[in-house]
Design a protein around this ligand. Structure first.
Ligand SMILES: Cc1cc2nc3c(=O)[nH]c(=O)nc-3n(C[C@H](O)[C@H](O)[C@H](O)COP(=O)(O)OP(=O)(O)OC[C@H]3O[C@@H](n4cnc5c(N)ncnc54)[C@H](O)[C@@H]3O)c2cc1C
Ligand SMILES: N[C@H](Cc1c[nH]c2cc(Cl)ccc12)C(=O)O
Length: 531
């Protein structure tokens, strides 16, 4: 404990970010874009302690992050081996050979009811997704969402436009649904954003932080680097990953585990070369169910990122690596395995006194719906929205912690639904998955979803980034929980619904004919010749 200066007397215009992973450099670059030279930003990162090294698929909302930094796709995508993501493809979750997509596409409504209600009334087919969403068919056909002239798949698909200062994702939710997200190499993105930030005045210190110094009230006055000595600041952002060096270790903020409802606590990852000309570049993340978890497959430009997320109570690390290598095939023979222990849950509060944790230090759930970077982006937006002044308002800090905590709690519930609804029961892992404890309030909501598909009134009541149609996709796709449709749909004429189904089939057929594959699209982007 250090009796240094009382930091609460100054206007916080010195921000010190500890950690140089995706969270650290996203934070530093965004704060610079927001506040320019009115706030100094220093990033301290160790060259000895590695970053997590994975984290490659995103939400579509991430486009607002790049827009805020005034970055166009052509600026950053080639540098990060980035590709487009139209959906997550869930493979073998119902039974071997079955798949469905969770896409970035709003669900049409007919007669005031979601199209899925009319689909249930029709007598369910194997593929609700291809019947109700255009993107499902584009994924099966492995099409790019943009034409070779750069135009978007549906000229009428308007984005909500770039997010003006102050408009956060939560305020933007529901306005429009942009049709794609990205896959990118997390380490390359951190490197790209590091250069972006340093070019705009961020101070970059490469050093190991060995000590966190506190004043008599427990506020951080400085961090001490092994070589660089003390680095003083007003606001300290903990981006040190799962260890939570500042928030959990120095300030002893407790961690709330989600483990009882989400048991997957381990992963093993491989980077596998991809012959794109031969194989093409699928426009989706794939999650393939396994005996004790699931394997992600993320297609990047030139390689595949893949990894087995599993529960160590049901599978040992060496078995997980064997399963993954068998799944990845001969192309993975020379790839080095990266074994990871995951801390599942969140810090009780991500902002305490003058320390804010962003990234894995704040909280994390398994990457089944690619939410880690969404958590980071959301937290950064909220930090700008609630940036402190010399008063360090407790109400302001409380609103930040509620917004950030609710986002992670809501995603926890959404992921729990995946396991409760999965039809698979061929191993003890899957039999247990159907009966895991649910987060508070979820049991009642699940009973309602059996009678009426999820809508804005009956899903997790706080902003968490996922719209009702996402819940419908998981319920109808996983097949393990019976759902029904409102009697009013059964009593109403379905002519308009049949027209909508036909229109979806027609648009999908036309787009498959007119859109290129991703390899042709990105090969042309790299030549700088999008026509
Ligand atoms: C298996 C797995 C798969 C994932 N897949 C996805 C995905 O598909 N999509 C997604 O959005 N997210 C995903 N994530 C989450 C994503 O990887 C993270 O949210 C993201 O990489 C942010 O990590 P971070 O910057 O918080 O931590 P890290 O990447 O761990 O960075 C920590 C940084 O802190 C530094 N550091 C630590 N201690 C010190 C010290 N004492 N002194 C100085 N520096 C220090 C390190 O050097 C490093 O730079 C995944 C996570 C895991 C575990
Ligand atoms: N905020 C939404 C969340 C969302 C909508 N559809 C999907 C599909 C997948 Cl695979 C992940 C997240 C979402 C957005 O980012 O578009």
């Amino acid at each position: 404990m250090n009796a240094g200066a009382d930091v609460t007397r100054t206007i916080p215009d010195r921000v010190v970010v500890v950690g140089g992973g995706t969270a650290g450099w996203m934070t530093a670059s965004y704060l610079k874009a927001a506040f320019g030279h009115r706030v100094s930003v220093t990033v301290v990162e160790s060259s000895r302690i590695g970053t997590i090294g994975v984290g490659e698929a995103t939400f579509s909302d991430i486009r607002h992050f790049f827009e805020f930094l005034d970055l166009k796709e052509e600026d950053w995508m080639p540098a990060c081996n980035a590709t487009y993501k139209l959906a997550v493809r869930f493979q073998d979750w119902r039974r071997p050979g079955h798949h469905f997509y969770h896409p970035f596409e709003k669900l049409p409504s007919v007669g005031g009811f979601p199209l899925t209600d009319w689909w249930l009334r029709n007598g369910p087919t194997e593929r609700f997704d291809a019947d109700c969403f255009v993107l499902a068919s584009l994924c099966d056909a492995e099409r790019s969402p943009r034409r070779l002239d750069g135009s978007l798949l549906d000229r009428g698909a308007i984005d909500g436009g770039s997010t003006p200062m102050g408009l956060t994702m939560s305020e933007h939710q529901g306005a429009t649904q942009f049709p794609y997200a990205y896959h990118f190499e997390a380490a390359l993105l951190a490197k790209y954003l590091c250069q972006y930030a340093v070019d705009r005045g961020v101070r970059h210190v490469v050093d190991d932080v060995e000590d966190v110094l506190l004043d008599q009230r427990g506020w951080i006055t400085s961090v001490r680097g092994k070589e660089s000595g003390e680095i003083h600041g007003d606001l300290f952002v903990d981006c040190t990953g799962f260890k939570g060096l500042l928030l959990n270790k120095a300030l002893e903020v407790p961690f709330v585990s989600y483990q009882e409802s989400l048991p997957n606590d381990s992963a093993v990852a491989l980077q596998v070369p991809l012959d794109m000309r031969e194989r093409g570049i699928p426009p989706y993340t794939q999650a393939t169910a396994q005996e004790a978890g699931w394997i992600w497959t993320i297609p990047l430009f030139g390689r595949i990122g893949t990894g087995y997320v599993y529960a160590s109570d049901y599978c040992a690390p060496d078995e997980a690596e064997r399963v993954l290598r068998e799944f990845a095939g001969p192309a993975a023979a020379d790839a080095e395995a990266n074994h990871i222990r995951m801390r599942i849950g969140r810090s009780a509060e991500s902002w305490v006194r003058n320390c804010v944790a962003i990234g894995l230090s704040s909280g994390f759930v398994e990457p089944l719906e690619s939410t880690g970077i969404f958590f980071i982006h959301h937290a950064i937006e909220q930090l700008v929205k609630h940036f402190p002044d010399a008063g360090w308002s407790e109400h302001n800090r409380g609103m930040y912690n509620s917004a950030v905590g609710n986002v992670m709690d809501g995603v926890r519930e959404f992921l729990t639904l995946h396991y409760l609804a999965a039809e698979r029961s061929d191993t003890q892992y899957w039999r247990d998955a159907a009966h895991r404890p649910m987060p508070d309030g979820m049991a009642e909501r699940l009973e309602r979803w059996k009678v009426q598909l999820p809508d804005t009134e009956n899903i997790f009541p706080y902003y968490h980034g996922l719209p009702p149609y996402s819940y419908m996709c998981i319920l109808l796709g996983m097949g393990g929980i019976a759902t029904s449709y409102p009697p009013a749909v059964g009593l109403s004429d379905d002519t308009a619904a049949q027209k909508e189904f036909a229109a979806i089939r027609g648009r999908a057929g036309h787009l498959i004919e007119s859109l290129p594959n991703q390899y042709d699209y990105f090969a042309q982007m790299r030549k700088g010749s999008l026509r």
